[in-house]
Every structure is written in C-alpha cells, then in structure tokens.
Design a protein around this ligand. Structure first.
Ligand code: DC
Length: 226
C-alpha cells in the first residue's frame, strides 16, 4: 500500500482547479501542488531569454539553466523561485498563460519537470492540479478528478480574476485565449489534456465553489478516510 495519498485534479484552463485544490488541500492538511505554475515559470524563463514558445532548439538549449524551487510559506501561497528570483506574481499574466501552454508542448520541458512533480507526491500527501496528473505524472493516484466547465463560464471567471488583480483585459480576449489554450493543451502530441479513464468527471459550470469543494471531498472520502 502507498504511504502517501495523492489526489490528481486535471482539467482545462479556468475550470477552478487551483481554487478548489487549494481549499481541499488546506481542509485536509495536505500539500497543494499547482503544476501549471511550474510550466509558467519555465515559460517566464524562456521569455526572459527571448525564446519563443515554439522554438524547440532554443528551449532545449536553455532548459538546463532553469533552476526552479517551490517554497511553501506561511502566507499559504506556493512561491515559485526561478534561479533565485521569486516570480510568483510575474507568471500570472495572459502572456505567461500562453507561453506556459506553448513551452509545455515541448518534450524536453515535460521530461524535465516530471521528476520534480513525482518527488512531491512520493514524499507528501498531495492535491496536485494540472493537465496530465492523472494520466502521466501520477497514473496510480489514489483519487482522480477531471474538473471542467463550459468555455464561457471559464473565460468569465478568468476575466473577473484578472480584473480583480487590476489587469485591464477584455472578456472577448480572455475567451479567445481560453479556447486557444484548450485547443493547444488538448491536441499536443505529448501528454495532452484528457480525462483519465478512471477519473471522476465533475462539471462545475453551475456549481458554487463551496459545492465543488464538498463534491470533491465526497469523491475523496469514497477512496480514503482522511
Ligand atoms: O494551470 P495553468 O493555467 O496555470 O497552466 C498553464 C499551462 O501550463 C497550461 O495551459 C498547460 C501547461 N500545463 C501542462 O501542460 N501540464 C500541467 N500539468 C499543468 C500545466
């Protein structure tokens, strides 16, 4: 029997994975791992180096210079440290969303990050969210959930989030980005976003955050007694 419990939450951009995963992890006292933030950090490094998201050679050349540390501090935020610099806020822009989605299609990037993610699950009880957690990173995860919502609902949530952070963005642009990112993440050759055969599908288009958290905890309780 595995020593640690792992909850894999996958789904498209803006489905609310991080909000839900963070709350569930906090309530259960487990570690929340936002794997999208790791891809964003790689994307940020590449953009600093002037390398585009499709520049396979450039990314392969630079990937070994990427030194990422994840720090969990008392503020409850997963801090991303890139080569000694805290980039936690810098990676939360629409540009970095697209950049992360682009670089994440490169096999060398996925291979580079795989061990980091698996190591966290090997050493902690985790609630890990991403695109390929239940299918590739943790195929034997204790619990797998595919969290989704309609593109309109997801774009509206992302748009409000960005406005609340003071970013001046139009709903239409956020919607286009969400649909484009779905397309890229679902159709890439390596580790595409899809619902694992053994995952529970949870559509949260018409559910409140509290309802989704309750649903998620009920799914977890079917497999483990926290
Ligand atoms: O969850 P997010 O929006 O922060 O993720 C940013 C991008 O990173 C996403 O569009 C695709 C990529 N990603 C991935 O390929 N695999 C993961 N496990 C997590 C994110």
């Amino acid at each position: 029997m595995d020593k640690y419990v792992s909850v894999a939450i996958d789904g498209p951009a803006g489905a609310g994975k991080s909000t839900i995963a963070k709350r569930v992890a906090a309530e259960l006292g487990w570690l929340y791992v936002d794997t999208g933030a790791i891809y964003r950090t790689v994307g940020y490094h590449m953009s600093l180096m002037g390398i585009g998201p499709k520049d396979k050679d450039g990314i392969e050349r630079c990937i070994d210079d990427v030194n990422i540390q994840i720090e969990y501090r008392d503020d409850g935020i997963q801090h991303m440290i890139l080569n000694g610099q805290d980039v936690t806020d810098l990676i939360r822009t629409p540009e970095m969303s697209m950049m992360a989605s682009g670089v994440s299609a490169q096999p060398c990037v996925r291979a580079y990050l795989l061990d980091m993610q698996r190591e966290l699950a090997r050493t902690h009880n985790v609630v890990m969210d991403g695109r390929d957690i239940g299918t590739v990173v943790l195929p034997d995860a204790t619990v797998k959930v595919y969290l989704t919502a309609s593109a309109e609902v997801r774009a509206e949530r992302r748009w409000k989030e960005l406005l609340a952070k003071g970013q001046d963005v139009k709903y239409e642009d956020v919607y286009i980005d969400v649909v484009k990112r779905d397309e890229q993440d679902m159709n890439r050759k390596i580790a595409p976003l899809k619902c694992a055969d053994d995952a529970e599908l949870l559509d949260c288009s018409y559910l409140t955050i509290d309802q989704v958290v309750a649903e998620m905890k009920a799914i977890i309780r079917k497999k483990v007694q926290p």
